[in-house]
Design a protein around this ligand. Structure first.
Ligand code: NAD
Length: 314
């Protein structure tokens, strides 16, 4: 039996990872979340005996230490964070506070018998693209916004705990991910929710900024494969992996595609560009991720159709 901690597990990606983890009866999963943006309705539906939820703030040492000292964790997935472009811009101090959570998790892991810590970093660490596709080793990390700085510091913490204490890590640099259970703070779920109600879709700037969109199943399968080390030719211990899709689409084309696929009468409305944090382009080098999932990734059309069939926006 493996005992696994997932922080931020009542959130979008953490809850999907938890579902996958508990489907294996050899895993016992403890989900912690402070429910700041997460919701208990996102927790796994299965009433199995191999998981439990604890409301807990990772940034509060006493709170998280009580959990981490009570269970013999083998693996930790630290996904808890303040997220969302608007929220992270409005509450930069709250964002910086997440450094405490990262430090707490690593300290408690090195003092117990945790074998590896997995960390959800972000494509934001790359900042404005100087190099496309963005490669884990060669692309410089240029962003200065607090959210990206925190992810960058988090990565430095993981590497340092490995160097000084031998605590193994894997860093996942998530690019835009979408799927059921995603909150409406994110472009895909927001556009879809508006299109399905025939309401106006707002775009900041002219919409020529491009993104890639990764369906959550592809994210989870890649991260789970990394966890299970099931890839013979690519061990991800003490390594960094871009987790994302590499088909670029402009925000304007995304809005048009969603309107067309939902048969909506929504109109596209433009607002002034955001002051910061809205990068021009992002495109991951997915060589490592493709080896991990070992199958084609879902296309954006397939992903949107899946979401239309199962429109859960929380
Ligand atoms: P989310 O907001 O749905 O999940 C984050 C969860 O963390 C929420 O449930 C929230 O309540 C919880 N949380 C926040 N602060 C906490 C704290 N101090 N203690 C305990 N719980 C706390 O967001 P998500 O999209 O599922 O993101 C998961 C992780 O992936 C985050 O670390 C995020 O930075 C990263 N990420 C996500 C994307 C994406 O496209 N969704 C892209 C890049 C990186």
């Amino acid at each position: 039996m493996r005992t696994i901690l997932i922080t931020g597990g009542a959130g979008f990606i953490g809850s999907c990872l938890a579902e996958k983890m508990i489907s294996d009866p050899d895993n016992y999963v403890v989900i912690v979340d402070d429910l700041s943006t997460g919701d208990v309705s996102k927790l796994p539906r299965a009433q199995g005996k191999n998981w439990r939820f604890i409301k807990c703030n990772c940034n509060d040492y006493r709170d998280i230490s009580a959990v981490m000292l009570s269970f013999p964790f083998d693996y930790v997935f630290h996904y808890a964070a303040v997220v969302g472009v608007q929220r992270t811009q409005h509450y930069p101090v709250k964002v910086l506070n997440d450094i405490k959570g990262i430090s707490n998790i690593l300290n408690l892991s090195k003092n117990s018998h945790v074998k590896r810590v997995y960390f959800s970093s972000s494509s934001e660490v790359y900042g404005e693209p100087v190099d496309l596709p963005q490669n884990e080793y060669t692309t410089p990390l240029n962003s200065r916004v607090p959210y990206a700085v925190v992810k960058n510091i988090g990565e430095a913490y993981l590497k340092s705990y490995y160097k000084e204490y031998g605590l193994d890590y894997t860093i996942f640099r998530f690019f835009n991910t979408y799927g059921p259970k995603q909150s409406r703070d994110f472009v895909m779920s927001r556009f879809l929710a508006f299109a399905m109600k025939n309401q106006n879709i707002t775009i900041y700037g002219d919409g020529t900024q491009s993104r890639t969109f990764c369906y959550v199943d592809d994210n989870i399968d890649a991260c789970y494969a990394s966890f299970r080390n099931s890839v013979i030719d690519h061990d991800t211990t003490n390594d960094i992996i871009n987790i994302g899709n590499d088909n670029e689409i402009t925000i304007l084309d995304l809005a048009k595609k969603i309107i067309q696929l939902t048969n909506s009468s929504s109109k596209i409305v433009h607002k002034p560009p955001l002051e910061e944090g809205d990068m021009n382009r992002r495109l991951p080098d997915t060589t490592k991720m493709r080896k991990l999932i070992g199958r084609p990734m879902l296309s954006i059309d397939e992903g949107i159709k899946k979401l239309i069939e199962n429109p859960v926006f929380l």
